[in-house]
Design a protein around this ligand. Structure first.
Ligand SMILES: [Cu+2]
Length: 160
């Protein structure tokens, strides 16, 4: 081995040793620093608001079925829903519609009180073209309804 090669080899070894030593030194100094700061006199920050527990996923979510009104009748003629679900009556005609429980004109078939005529299943007003009216049914049964402004248009909601 020539003298120059030997010197080069020694130089490389020295460089490697210095680099390894430096790396070890760095890894030691990167240890987590402990904060010995003076104790704060300010009150502790308010803890974050506890998030309310989410309701159990087993609870059924009320659904909405849509019934369209075209001026001649309701479509679909019969919808079947679960108790508590809603039916949205969408007026796609050019006239007002007024969905309400059978039987015209007393509207008393759906057995609730407190509505404007005979039950709460009653829009109680004409629904304008393009608008809709929703009603949640929570009584099991087969409930007929009609358009109070055009009583020949009717349909059925089955609540299971
Ligand atoms: Cu009516």
């Amino acid at each position: 081995m020539k003298g120059a090669t030997k010197i080069l080899l020694v130089f490389i070894i020295v460089v490697v040793v210095v680099l390894v030593g430096y790396a070890l030194f760095q890894s030691q100094t990167e240890a987590p620093t402990i904060n010995y700061g003076a104790p704060t006199t300010e009150p502790a920050a308010t803890p974050p608001e506890p998030t309310p527990p989410t309701p159990p996923s087993t609870m059924p979510t009320p659904k909405t079925e849509t019934v369209n009104y075209n001026g001649q009748g309701f479509s679909p003629q019969t919808v079947t829903i679960k108790k508590g679900d809603s039916v949205t009556f969408a007026n796609q005609s050019s006239k007002e519609m007024w969905p309400a429980s059978a039987l015209h004109p007393t509207h008393k078939v759906y057995p609730t009180t407190g509505g404007c005529i005979g039950s709460t299943f009653d829009a109680c007003a004409g629904i304008k073209p393009g608008e809709s009216w929703s009603f949640a049914l929570d009584i099991n049964g087969s409930w007929k309804y009609h358009d109070h402004l055009n009583p020949t248009a009717f349909g059925t909601i089955v609540v299971e």
